[in-house]
Design a binder for this molecule. Structure first.
Ligand SMILES: C[S@@+](CC[C@H](N)C(=O)[O-])C[C@H]1O[C@@H](n2cnc3c(N)ncnc32)[C@H](O)[C@@H]1O
Length: 219
């Protein structure tokens, strides 16, 4: 069978200093062969099914459909496929440095789950330009992402993230930051430090417990 689809080597696409925003419903191009083979499910070293566990943890932490949610380092959408379906139209915002992951999310995963119409917005950026959305957030989830930032970007992250979170808004981070106290984000309190598991994966012996911290913005 011949597949009449465009093959683009996104890996050669440079990351520019200029952030670019993409909308799920603006992505009309068909998925690439790589996306159809779901190679992006192997990008992060831990099972794709972990996304369900991340979603369940966010629910336990009080996420609501009417919340504006920022998925920092959203990858190819392991969590987004659950979140976008759950959240109201236009409430999902992702930031991701790796273009091929964004492409897989918008051109393959969201269409596959019938979610292209939900106006998910994803920013292609590695410089923590979180104000580009012009939105403030009720809930931020950072699953295994800020831990990979170099020290300069980590400092910018800690400075800028609080500026886009609403008063009373929550930030859920895994793994627990090295210095997890009220000084990590000065305007925040630490609500909980806890572990979560994903029965589906743990029973197969393929994953481990995830350690989280949950912060709430005070002022
Ligand atoms: C281990 S993966 C986790 C992906 C996703 N949170 C998940 O659990 O499926 C870490 C992600 O953070 C992204 N990332 C790393 N540095 C980043 C930065 N400066 N800005 C945005 N994303 C970044 C990586 O490209 C990668 O997709």
């Amino acid at each position: 069978m011949i597949l009449d689809i465009e093959i683009v080597d996104w890996k050669t696409r440079p990351i520019t200093n200029k952030p670019e925003m993409y909308f799920s419903d603006a992505t009309q191009q068909p998925p690439s062969v790589d996306h159809l083979l779901e190679t992006h499910h192997q990008f992060y070293g831990r099972p794709w099914a972990l996304g369900k566990c991340l979603f369940d943890t966010a629910l336990e932490c009080g996420i609501k459909p009417q919340f504006n949610v920022l998925d920092f380092g959203c990858g190819a959408g392991r969590l987004a496929i659950w979140l976008v379906g759950y959240l109201e139209y236009g409430r999902y915002f992702g930031v991701e440095a790796h273009y091929n992951s964004i492409d897989a999310l918008l051109r393959y995963e969201l269409p596959l789950y019938g979610l292209s119409h939900k106006k998910a917005r994803v920013l292609h950026d590695s410089e923590i330009n979180l104000d580009v959305f012009g939105a403030s957030f009720d809930f931020v989830i950072d699953a295994y992402s800020s831990v990979h930032l170099d020290s300069a970007r980590a400092a910018v992250y800690r400075e800028r993230l609080p500026t886009v979170v609403k008063k009373g808004g929550m930030v859920l981070i895994s793994p627990v930051p090295e210095r997890c106290d009220n000084a990590f984000f000065p305007e925040f309190e630490v609500v909980r430090r806890f572990s979560s598991s994903c029965e589906l994966i743990l029973n197969s012996g393929k994953d481990k417990i995830t350690e989280w911290s949950l912060f709430r913005k005070l002022s």
